[in-house]
Ligand binder design. Structure first.
Ligand SMILES: Cc1cc2nc3c(=O)[nH]c(=O)nc-3n(C[C@H](O)[C@H](O)[C@H](O)COP(=O)(O)O)c2cc1C
Length: 370
């Protein structure tokens, strides 16, 4: 049904326009009490066995919406209504910015992929903080806040820029993510080098503790799939050293591997980050590598090419406590999160593991001892 609708309507529209249209419908539906109750009952069924405790938080399940879909925190309840157990808003930057010129989002339909060079278009951390401060929660959901660097701010002043956003947003964040991995802000990914990352993460940690002394806001870092393996290890070691709460693996890739021949060659050449199915393999590899390095010492979040319950289950077995998706939501539609939950509950029941927590990393541990 959704596939037909996608082909008849969304596919004929500019991808960014389609995104805004879908967003408007979600926001409208959540404003109508009878409708939202009905939709949530249908799409966000709860499975007791999927309840997840991590980062000092209790979540209904492990599956959430990846950053970039709700950059300005305008549809948290709408996304919760559709069954996402956590919603990561952002990336938010200290200053409001328009992002890159349009067109900047491209669909590679035969490859079930997207290329984007949005460039952190967002209203800025002051506006987003004001919105979060006055939010009346309808559906209980975990809200992650993902922060990045303002484009016009030079790399030498990046730390202060992240600190400003932290001071404004940490009070409303169930967890905070330092994004140093988007390919669409020049120089941003240089911050993944440990010499740059150490002072950045330390300053954000200090700012979060200073701004929210009554609670320890969990802090995570989101990394690129394009890091060399040794750099993945270096980030993992740094995360443990600094007492970070988690690592999110991964953001989009600048590589163009894993694409079939069917996608339009001109589209494949568009600059930006590739996401969706072609990213699956590398994101999984990075996750496995991280888990092999850090084990259960920090929380790992698996993201990149998660299309169905099999993919989500594979990430959990590889070491992810939480999993996220974005691109497949565009292709799969409103039943996406529901299908993942249902499938995860079935896979857990059929597995040798008594709880989801027991399944986390089981395959990677097995491979290490084999
Ligand atoms: C259009 C678009 C915008 C995105 N914007 C952000 C962003 O602002 N911040 C971020 O950390 N990740 C952003 N991402 C990356 C996603 O959060 C995710 O890491 C990536 O797309 C891989 O997951 P997927 O294959 O399920 O899409 C964006 C992805 C897309 C497709």
């Amino acid at each position: 049904m959704y596939k037909l609708f996608f082909n008849l309507v969304f596919k004929r529209m500019d991808p960014e326009e389609a995104h805004h249209l879908a967003f408007r419908w979600i926001r409208l539906a959540v404003r109508i009490p009878v409708l939202r109750t009905f939709v949530a009952a249908a799409l966000a069924p709860r499975y007791k066995e999927l309840r997840t405790e991590t980062l000092g938080l209790r979540m209904q399940g492990p599956f959430g919406l990846a950053a970039g879909f709700d950059k300005n925190a305008i549809a948290i309840d709408g996304m919760a209504m559709l069954g996402f157990d956590h919603v990561e808003i952002g990336t938010v930057t200290a200053q409001a910015q328009p992002g890159n010129p349009k067109k900047r989002l491209f669909r590679l339909v035969p490859d079930r992929a997207l290329i984007n060079r949005m460039g952190f278009n967002n209203e800025g951390s002051a506006a987003v903080a004001a919105r979060l401060a006055t939010r009346h929660e309808i559906f209980r959901t975990t809200v992650g806040v993902n922060i990045g660097k303002t484009k016009v701010v030079p790399e030498e002043e990046a730390v202060a820029d992240y600190v400003t956003s932290t001071e404004r947003l940490a009070p409303y964040a169930d967890y905070l993510v330092v994004n140093v991995s988007s390919p669409n802000t020049p120089g941003l990914r240089n911050l993944q080098a440990t010499e740059a990352l150490r002072p950045l993460l330390s300053a954000v940690r200090e700012a979060a503790d200073r701004t929210v002394p009554e609670r320890r806001v969990p802090l995570l870092v989101k990394i690129a799939p394009d890091l060399a393996d040794e750099d993945v290890d270096a980030v993992a070691d740094l995360a443990v050293e600094l007492g970070l709460d988690g690592v999110i693996a991964t953001n989009t890739t600048i590589a163009r591997d894993g694409l079939g021949l069917a996608s339009d060659a001109a589209l494949v050449k568009e600059t930006g980050g590739l996401s969706g199915a072609p990213l699956k393999q590398r994101s999984l590899e990075v996750l496995r590598r991280l888990y092999a390095r850090v084990g259960d010492r920090i929380t790992l979040v698996g993201v990149g090419g998660i299309e169905n319950a099999d993919d989500a289950w594979q990430r959990i077995l590889a070491g992810a406590t939480l999993v996220q998706g974005y691109s497949a939501f565009i292709y799969e539609g409103p039943l996406y999160a529901r299908a993942i939950h249902k499938g995860l509950a079935a896979r857990l029941a059929a597995s040798p593991y008594a709880t989801l927590a027991e399944a986390v990393g089981a395959e990677t541990r097995k491979a290490a001892t084999a």
